[in-house]
Design a protein around this ligand. Structure first.
Ligand code: SAM
Ligand code: SF4
Length: 330
């Protein structure tokens, strides 16, 4: 039998080795641009179970996916989070297990997650100023989150990154703070342009900024744009000879952003999303109920790639299905 994994390829010759798997919509933070009123839900949601996640990840790995990022909501709020990491890291074919987190549990749990097989951590820190961080997230937790980052560096994670959503008049002048922070730390800080979602139009209009303002400052200070490797994803990275860390820019509103798309997304209830801003989700959960459904599941996933569009339509203001990014994991 041929054991070589099939590759997921779409009609635009893009391949998809990378799956972002949301494991919960629930979040304990109230980030202004994402869940300003906190997580709300009328009835108890039924997120994918461990067994369903195992079947899903096995099928995707057999379709050539080798990197899985856990996201949410806040993924670490799941009680079985360490077991989820463990089962993913142990799945044949998965070489890279990653997490995006608000860092709330990092300080206490970073070692446990590492031991279970997690290797790459992205922590969202939109300000290095305590008061501003508190205002954006609704939590006075900057110090704890930074201690978690320190702990992750000590433990030896393969990569530690910080995500910063670029916000006009809030953190657009904070580049120097981040550069000072990564001067002697092997951390990549990634500035992400604020994206419009179904829920945040007013906030978006007030706070959205192009990442060009960061790019211009970086180039003026001698930062060098790195050459992108094939399949590297949409971030553009910059390095500086005097700084240990690096800076990345994620600019979904820029031309050609989608050309480098290398990822698929799964919601916490098992819907496949071909694009963060797509206008449809394909339920996979009915094919996660027993091991015998694996081939049918793989066929359904492969068929969907025919429908992946060349680009999102964010510039036209089409935000697709999602009310906010806690529903698909950003
Ligand atoms: N709760 C985790 C966290 O905050 O890292 C994981 C989920 S969160 C939705 C994933 C990422 O999406 C975070 O870095 C967050 O800042 C970012 N994000 C959320 N809403 C966004 C928006 N409207 N535009 C750009 N980035 C956004
Ligand atoms: Fe929660 Fe992350 Fe959304 Fe902030 S960005 S509210 S931490 S899901």
């Amino acid at each position: 039998m041929n054991k070589e994994p099939i590759k997921l390829v779409d009609n635009f010759d893009r391949t998809f080795p990378y799956l972002r798997l949301s494991v919960t919509d629930v979040c304990n933070f109230r980030c202004e641009y994402c869940l300003p009123d906190g997580y709300q839900c009328a009835e108890k949601p039924k997120f994918l179970t461990l067994m369903e996640i195992k079947r899903l990840v096995t099928a995707f790995a057999e379709l050539g996916v080798w990197k899985i990022r856990l996201t949410g909501g806040e993924p670490s709020l799941r009680r079985d989070f360490t077991e989820i990491i463990d089962l993913i890291a142990k799945t044949d074919g998965i070489k890279n297990t990653a997490l995006t987190t608000n860092g709330y549990r990092l300080k206490t749990d970073a070692q446990k997650w590492f031991d279970a097989g997690m290797r790459n951590i992205n922590v969202s820190i939109d300000s290095l100023n305590k008061e501003v961080f508190h205002k954006i997230t609704g939590h006075n937790k900057l110090e704890t989150v930074l201690e978690g980052v320190e702990k992750s560096l000590q433990i030896g994670y393969d990569s530690v990154k910080i995500n910063v959503v670029l916000l006009k008049d809030i953190n657009d002048n904070a580049l120097t703070d981040y550069i000072n922070y990564i001067k002697d730390r092997p951390i990549t800080v990634r500035f992400i342009e604020l994206m419009q979602t179904g829920d945040n139009l007013y906030y978006f209009k007030r706070r959205h900024l192009s990442a060009d303002i960061i790019r211009t400052k970086l180039l003026a200070q001698g930062w060098i744009e790195n050459i992108r490797s094939h399949g590297a994803g949409p971030a553009i990275n910059y390095t500086h000879p005097d700084i240990m860390g690096s800076i990345g820019l994620i600019a979904p509103y820029s031309k050609d952003f989608c050309q480098n798309c290398n990822r698929l997304r799964l919601t916490a209830v098992g819907d496949l999303r071909l694009c963060l801003f797509g206008d449809f989700g394909v339920p996979l959960r009915d094919l996660l109920q027993n091991d015998d459904q694996k081939e049918a599941l793989k066929r359904r996933i492969m068929k969907q790639l025919d429908y992946k569009k060349s680009s999102h339509f964010l510039i036209e203001g089409e935000t697709g299905l999602i009310p906010n990014l806690s529903a698909t994991g950003g």
